[in-house]
Every structure is written in structure tokens, then in C-alpha cells.
Design a protein around this ligand. Sequence first.
Ligand code: AMP
Length: 284
Amino acid sequence: MPVPTVRSRTELRAIVAGWKAAGETVGVVPTMGALHAGHLSLVEAATAGSDRVVVTLFVNPRQFNDAADLAAYPRTETEDAAKLAPLAVDLLYVPDGDQMYPPGFATTISVAGVSEGLCGTHRPGHFDGVATVVAKLLLQTGADRAYFGEKDWQQLQVVRRLVTDLDIPCEIVGRPTVREADGLALSSRNLRLTAAERASAPALAQALGVAARAIAGGTAPATALDAARAAILAAGFREVEYLDLRRDADLAPVETAGEPARLLVAAWLGDVRLIDNLPIPTVG
Ligand code: AMP
């Protein structure tokens, strides 16, 4: 069954109001499309956890700090709808640009703290764009739960902070990163890798895994991070934008050994920027 698609918030609200009047819970999976198994794992979690599921497809111009990246971002609505058809998705919301940013739109939501550093340093304005569009999508859909991937760990923490601070009545559910068999985290940007780059790409997750185990085993973080950086560059990446060890929940620098921590990385393979993250396994 094709999934019904709406493009205006008026139609969206009317349908959701009907569900809510019937006492049904609503889950939303916000995406920028070019759906892969990572997105579909969020959809499956949503269908298991809510009576009704809305998937949103919107390539949000405000979260791109680079016009070339926005222009190159894959747009595959027909294929995306076909991938969702076998799943128990009730509605696809594909807002026209003016539904999100009509003339006169003037509000930006900026989340301090967790938005700073890591991707926040290297993609100025990115998390303002994310926070603004996510707030709008949660308010437009009126969802009870929203599903996000741990692959974008910093984004997940930004969204958690946002709903807490703005009293948005929506539970944020984080889901594990889905990976290829060789460890590469699924990403819409993987479509842009050449065959040779695709062969090098798993080195990113491998280097993180080696470093995470070394740190858990007592190696000094600086030593493990240096070795990981060298391994990523040796595999053919042209630049490691950042590679850092941070506290899990608030992304502050790790000060005390043994507190929940995570390695986060962004690196360039040719013209493609890949990100990944892994927790430091707890010993014992
Ligand atoms: P995007 O379309 O890239 O904005 O991603 C939409 C949602 O899918 C976000 O919550 C991402 O964190 C999530 N996502 C992207 N890649 C993966 C993956 N490999 N595993 C799990 N979730 C993912």
C-alpha cells in the first residue's frame, strides 16, 4: 500500500487531530530522505512504540552551512516512499519549503552548550538549523514520541536539550547506529563515495573501535586518539576534522576516569564528510 503523502501543515494537523481524538499515540521520524536501513530502523521502532507513525522528508536548507553540500544532497522521494510502503507508516509529510519558512520567517532556536564544539565548531549555524526545524516538526506533527539515530550523537543531545528547555511534550527516543557488515555507519552521504573511497571508508569505524577498546583498557586517551588519527589518514582520508573523547550526555570534556564517555569523529574522504561515534566500553 502506498503511504499517503501530505505537503501542507493544515492537512497534517487535520489527520493527526483525528488520531488524537480517537486516543491514539503518534510517533514521528524526522528525516532528510534518501532513506536507508538506518532510517528504516527508526521507523520500525516508531511503529512498535506508537499507534500512528508519521515520517517527514525535508532537506532543511537552514542546517547546511555549505551551499555545495545542500545542492549535492540526494533527493529521492519516489524511492523513499517505496521503501516505506511495506512498513506500517500512516503518513508521509513532505512539507513544501514555504510550509517551513514562509516569507517573514524570523525565528532561530539556538541551543547553547551541547551545540558547541565538534560539529558545532566546523559547521557554523548547523545546530541552530537543526533545532529550529526539529522544534517546528515536533510542533506541527504534535507527536508524542520522536525517533532519532545515535549516529548523530551530538544532534540527539541537542534535541533532548531543546525539548526539555522549551517544554515540548514529546519523548525523544535514541536508537543505535545501523552499520554495513564492514562497520561503516549507514549515511545518505555514502552514496557519493567513489568505489575506492567506499573501500577506505570502514577505516573510520575501525579506528574508533580500536581507540575505544584501548582507552577502556587503560591507554592514555591522547595516545589512543593520536593512533586513531594516524590510522584514519593512512587509510586515505584527507583530513580528520575532529576526533575527541567527550562525556556521553553533555559532551563536556572528560575529567574523571570511568565516567560514561564517547569518541566522536568527523573526517573527509575526498569530497565527502563522514561522522561516527562509539561509546567507551565499561570495564568489569
Ligand atoms: P538524516 O536524514 O540524515 O537527517 O537522518 C534522519 C535520522 O536518521 C536522524 O535521526 C539520524 O540520526 C538517523 N540516522 C542516520 N543514519 C543512521 C544510521 N546509520 N543508524 C541509525 N540512525 C541513523
